[in-house]
Structures are given as structure tokens and as C-alpha cells.
Design a protein around this ligand. Structure first.
Ligand code: AP5
Length: 191
């Protein structure tokens, strides 16, 4: 199994690069942000609850996303691996993911961390906000708040994978294809 955690702050390009990775390596994409937005569109109980957090740019409670991922892992057998996009975002989530994957004897292979300068992140998200209907992209204050939460709550997840020797930093500046080439080099040298 090739299991990749694609990590990085809001606007780092996780969603963009995930699409290219899953196509090339035939992996299953599991993106908690996409799952939560789908639940909001359906106005399911989980969606109604998640919306209260997402609209404000806050993380939804760990238990909610862990339940989502558990269900998805159980739904996808016989895949060569997963790309986890936007998950784990807390060390609680990271530990839980390890437990789930250990039970399947298919641990995380690498954590790819996209490194992008703050001003570039802000510019990308403000630019997307002009065209997207994402509630958390519309207001610069909310975007800055998401970046603050990443620095305070999500960055420690990097140390969690560093301690396991699985952290791989990737320069996330440049064109989408340039970044993808760097990602492929790291993946191919880690298999
Ligand atoms: P989520 O959907 O995961 O959003 P995010 O992490 O804020 O990330 P984004 O989608 O904004 O950015 P990205 O890194 O995917 O970049 P993208 O490729 O889109 O989460 C949303 C919310 O859901 C969270 O705030 C939270 O409330 C909740 N949530 C989700 N998971 C959770 C969890 N595990 N625990 C708790 N809560 C959770 O690119 C961004 C833009 O830049 C695009 O317009 C793109 O076209 C552009 N772009 C990409 N690459 C380049 C490039 N190289 N050059 C120029 N532009 C580029």
C-alpha cells in the first residue's frame, strides 16, 4: 500500500496536487473538507453541525472527522493506497489514523508537507474567493483565522510524523506542474 498524508496550510495546493497524485498513482482520494462540504450541501445532521464551524473558519470537532474517515476507509477495499488531504489536522486525529491503518496492516508511507509563503497562501485564497462559493473563502479575516489555526493547532502534526521519520518537505511555490514533479520525485524515492 502507498498511503500518503498530503499536508499543508489552507491554499497550499493540497486539493490541486491530490488530483494529479491519484491519477498518476491510482490512489483513492480522501479529503475531509470535500466530505464535509458534501454533507453541508445535503444538509445531513453532520453537515448541519459542521457548517457552524466551517463558516467561521474553525476546525470541526475531531470525533466528527474521525467518524467520516473511518466510514470511508471501510468503504474502500482493494485500493493500492490513499491520499489523505486535509486529514489529520490535529495530533488526536493523527494518532487515530495510525490506529486505524495499523489494524489494516497498511501504515502511512510518507507525509508530504507543501511549503508555501504566507503572502502566497493569502493571495491564492483571496483570488479563489472571488470565484468560489466556499463560505470560508469570502472574507480576509476568516482566511487569516484559518491560517492562524493551522499554525497553532495543525503544525504540531508535522512533528508527529517527523518523529516517525515519515515527514518529507516539498517546495510548494511555482507552477502546479513544477510542484507535482517535486512531489513525484519524493514519492518515487520513498516506495
Ligand atoms: P479544506 O477543504 O481541507 O480546506 P483547507 O485546508 O483550508 O485547504 P484549501 O482547500 O483552502 O486549500 P488547498 O491546500 O487544498 O489548496 P487548493 O489546491 O484548493 O477544509 C475546509 C474546512 O473544513 C476547514 O477549515 C475545517 O473547518 C474543516 N475541516 C476539514 N478537514 C478537517 C479536519 N481534518 N479536522 C477538522 N476540521 C476539518 O488551492 C488553493 C487555490 O490556489 C486554488 O484556487 C488553486 O487553483 C490555487 N493554486 C493551487 N496551486 C497553485 C499554484 N501552484 N500556483 C497558483 N495557484 C495555485
Amino acid at each position: 500500500m502507498l498511503n500518503i498524508v498530503l499536508f499543508g496550510p489552507p491554499g497550499a495546493g493540497k486539493g490541486t496536487q491530490s488530483q494529479k497524485i491519484i491519477e498518476k498513482y491510482k490512489l483513492q482520494h480522501l479529503a475531509t473538507g470535500d466530505m464535509l462540504r458534501a454533507a453541508i450541501r445535503e444538509q445531513s445532521p453532520i453537515g448541519v453541525e459542521a457548517q457552524k464551524y466551517i463558516d467561521k473558519g474553525q476546525l470541526v470537532p475531531d470525533e466528527m472527522v474521525i467518524n467520516l474517515i473511518t466510514g470511508e476507509l471501510d468503504n474502500h477495499h482493494d485500493v493500492p493506497g490513499f491520499v489523505f488531504d486535509g486529514f489529520p489536522r490535529t495530533t488526536v486525529q493523527a494518532k487515530k489514523l495510525d490506529e486505524m491503518l495499523d489494524a489494516k496492516k497498511a501504515p502511512i508511507t510518507i507525509m508530504l508537507a507543501l511549503e508555501v509563503e504566507y503572502d502566497q497562501l493569502l493571495a491564492r485564497l483571496l483570488n479563489r474567493g472571488k470565484m468560489s462559493d466556499r463560505s470560508d473563502d469570502q472574507d480576509e479575516g476568516i482566511i487569516r483565522g484559518r491560517l492562524d489555526i493551522y499554525n497553532k493547532t495543525t503544525l504540531p502534526v508535522m512533528d508527529y510524523y517527523k518523529a516517525q521519520g515519515k515527514y518529507r518537505g516539498v517546495n510548494g511555490m511555482g507552477t502546479i506542474d513544477e510542484i507535482f514533479e517535486r512531489i513525484c520525485q519524493v514519492i518515487d524515492s520513498s516506495r
